[in-house]
Ligand binder design. Sequence first.
Ligand code: ZN
Length: 595
Amino acid sequence: MPIFSKESLETLRQRVDLVDVLSAHMDLKKSGAAYKGLCPFHDEKTPSFTVQKGDTHYHCFGCGAHGDSIQFLMAHLKMSFLDAVESLAQRFNVPLQVIESSQEYTGPNKSALKEALDCACSFFQLMLLHTEKGHEALQYLYKRGIDLDFIQHFRLGLAPEEPGMLRKVLNGKFIKDEVMADAGLITKKESGLRDFFQDRITFPICDAAGAVIGFSARKYKEKTFGGKYINTAETPLFKKSKVLFALHHSRRRIAKERKAIIVEGQIDALRLIASGFNIAVAGQGTAFGESHANELINLGLNEVYLAMDSDEAGRQATLKIGDFFQKAGIEVKVVVLPFGEDPDSFLRSKGPEAFLKLMESSTDYLAFVVKVYSQKMNIESPAGKNELVQILTKQIRSWEHPLMVHESLRKLAHLVRVPESMLGVGQDYMPNIYVKKAGNAGLQSIDPDKILESDFIRWLLLAGHLSKNFIELAGLNIKTEDLRLEICRRLYEAYLECYRENTPCDLLALAIYIDDSEGQKVLSEILQKKVNLERAEEQYRETLKRILDRNWMEIREEVKSKIQSAQCSEEEVFELTKKFDELRRNPPIILNCRF
Ligand code: ZN
């Protein structure tokens, strides 16, 4: 993760215009000394979402949503803290000065790369739509039922066959070779610089804010060298393990409805989106990994539909991808397409309503798995059934979510018609909660103190309209020295200070205050997770209580081991015992303030 200089963050903070940021995503109208609009965080008919002129915070009088530009991008577009900072810097044209980077990236800044990619995207569009060379590719797309609206909406293009054309055009726009190379548009070969994409139809891949970060390119002539699709290679912007094709079109509705459809091909995903299923992403078959699953899970997913091609590769991808989600306690449904069809061909011939019906009649993951295995082994024979049960109970027990494990074992018993007790249903099962938590928060090591104190800081930073109450309650109960982690202590202190001085504590201000790499890294990690504002107060109190309990237990244990150490005098033991009893009689309680 790159670390930005204090000066550049300060410049950004001064230049960010909240109304400008918001206007890109919602309608705001001037009303007296304020701007008002329909709140994007709850359904309403009369506007209660308000920004006072010159203020760096928004507030909704309907649902209490409250925050600054960064919080808006994080909450509305589900961006990470770092992505939000970078997208603001790009929008307000502030070059972020990188002073340190844990990933050793020292090349041109990301805004320059995005600019080059956007120019390339426009150039590819032009090539497809307005040149003779584009004609053949265009005919190919038309034949596949892809019309002009579709092409323009999704910015499809053509990377030309002639070598060096893209380079010449981008050089003409003062974009340097170095930038193009870092953006993955050209590669350095012994014979010189070469275009990465040649004679292929291009599909841009965008980040959460809609900026192009790479391409997926499909061949449309048999003779073209290489696989059906090639993607941009790993670049500072394009991280293969995280990028999901078309997520940018679907992310908001996925986050809102908490369900997604995963398909194999790029065209399948775009066709679904164009047909109103804008909860679709393409996983690119077996290249879909656990970190892709986590990108979706972090959007708050509850349910996922897998609609892979109806061939062997599609079945294998379904088995593998389904496991990632089941493991995390997310319900997986398998949409079974008629033989030889993919979602694109199905939608074209049968229409969206038929696809919806297919979704409604989807199979659950476990039933699908049993069906796939039973085609390979004879599960009517006792030996075959035993083998199947062995394989599947092992798979199910590797899932982390206890309820999912329990329910799935019961379901399996029913599916293969064996008594539940044979599969160990009801036996104690201890999930490894810390491993899961660490995975979600992106924390490297499993450190309960770090998890607890990060939770505490996260509540303070992301509690929106509740934050005033929360900081008062914290001030009353938690002293800075109650926290173990130096970075959490510093963040807490900075936050308390802002509150005492009555200066708005926005996230950018905090990032400026914490100007070392470790600090910014932890801050960004803390902000990667969301808080659930339902029952927020209860959960927040629980966090405070756990911090106090932890410290109280520790002092008790210390006193106890001193007593037991046999190194104290009679008198000391007497005093220590008194202290121990007093501690035991007075467990910590949360002091209340006015709310
Ligand atoms: Zn609202």
